[in-house]
Design a protein around this ligand. Structure first.
Ligand SMILES: NC(=O)c1ccc[n+]([C@@H]2O[C@H](COP(=O)([O-])OP(=O)(O)OC[C@H]3O[C@@H](n4cnc5c(N)ncnc54)[C@H](O)[C@@H]3O)[C@@H](O)[C@H]2O)c1
Length: 274
């Protein structure tokens, strides 16, 4: 059982690429206690998560029982579930966490706008914080801020996001979020200059309603990268963020775990809690 000064944290997707990093930083944080490690990976079930990660015993066995883990975490005070799992199951897991009074910090991308709206209503009703953060890196927040500044002066912009080829959803949640931020400026970007024909479907990427194109690249060797390219006659202005290691996301994850406790509703985006 955690003391009052400790934040009990459950990691959902604990054996995945991101989940492993989260387990390690939570286990090292002085104000947090790792109380649950959930994953559906059959090879790790029942094993100590510290052994699975090769970082020494953490006395938390890997389980695939989400509900039992949430009940246990709820019994330990104001608790948090960090979710880095899969777009297909994240909605149900986050709903369950809210229902059990465990605050979700959601890194998993791929939630639809409707699902986010439903989770916002559910969190509001339960009067519980829920953070949906499509990108935990501070550098990406700065790129998005610079994007909004440049958008005042350029009328043409496209987004390229590049990720490792294990990523299940496309385009990335961060690219969608960046395009949404541009769309909220209510500026008619990319006025057509010719009648365009796509000889292959998708050649020009995908767009939100207002025409900012997003292109997705998937290759082994990449981690998570994004470019926002502004064009004007005679000049290009390129903003680029590169993640070379998943540790880059961890200060944002720890911040979110600490900031979520007093919240009573859903917040989307790291920029809102910095
Ligand atoms: N927000 C961010 O900053 C950020 C950064 C990187 C990745 N992501 C996103 O996080 C998610 C996970 O990425 P990853 O690279 O760690 O993937 P991964 O495939 O390496 O890990 C996912 C883990 O979740 C487990 N899992 C899947 N479904 C589950 C379920 N229903 N219950 C319990 N465990 C389940 C898998 O067994 C696996 O161990 C993706 O959606 C990715 O786009 C977000």
């Amino acid at each position: 059982m955690s003391s009052q000064s400790q934040i009990p944290v459950v990691v959902n997707g604990a054996c995945g690429k991101m989940g492993r990093e989260v387990v390690k930083v939570v286990a090292q944080a002085e104000d947090m206690t790792l109380v649950g490690a959930i994953d559906k990976d059959p090879a790790s079930l029942g094993q100590d998560i510290g052994d699975v990660l090769g970082c020494g015993l953490l006395e938390v066995p890997v389980t695939n029982d989400l509900e039992a883990t949430l009940v246990m975490a709820q019994g330990q005070g104001l608790s948090v579930m960090v979710d880095f799992t899969h777009p297909d199951t994240v909605y149900e897991s986050v709903r369950a966490a809210i229902a059990y009074g465990v605050r979700p910090v959601v890194g998993t991308t791929g939630l639809s706008a409707d699902q986010i709206q439903e989770l916002a209503e559910f969190a509001e009703k339960a009067s519980i914080g829920c953070l949906i953060i499509p990108n935990f890196s501070i550098g990406m927040v700065l790129l998005q801020q610079a994007t909004l500044q440049a958008a005042q002066y350029f009328d043409h912009v496209e987004i390229i996001e590049l990720h490792h080829n294990q990523k299940a959803d496309a385009p990335s949640g961060t690219a969608i979020q960046t395009a949404q931020m541009l769309s909220e400026l209510h500026k008619p970007f990319n006025p057509p200059e010719v009648d365009e024909t796509e000889k292959l479907p998708g050649a020009r990427g995908s767009t939100l309603a207002d025409g900012v194109h997003i292109h997705s690249v998937r290759l082994p060797g990449l981690i998570a990268h994004q470019e926002v390219i502004f064009g004007a006659p005679g000049q290009l202005y390129t903003l680029r963020h590169d993640t070379s290691d998943r540790s880059s996301f961890m200060p944002g994850v720890l911040l979110a775990i600490r900031r979520i406790l007093p919240l009573k509703s859903l917040i989307y985006g790291l920029d809102k809690i910095l």
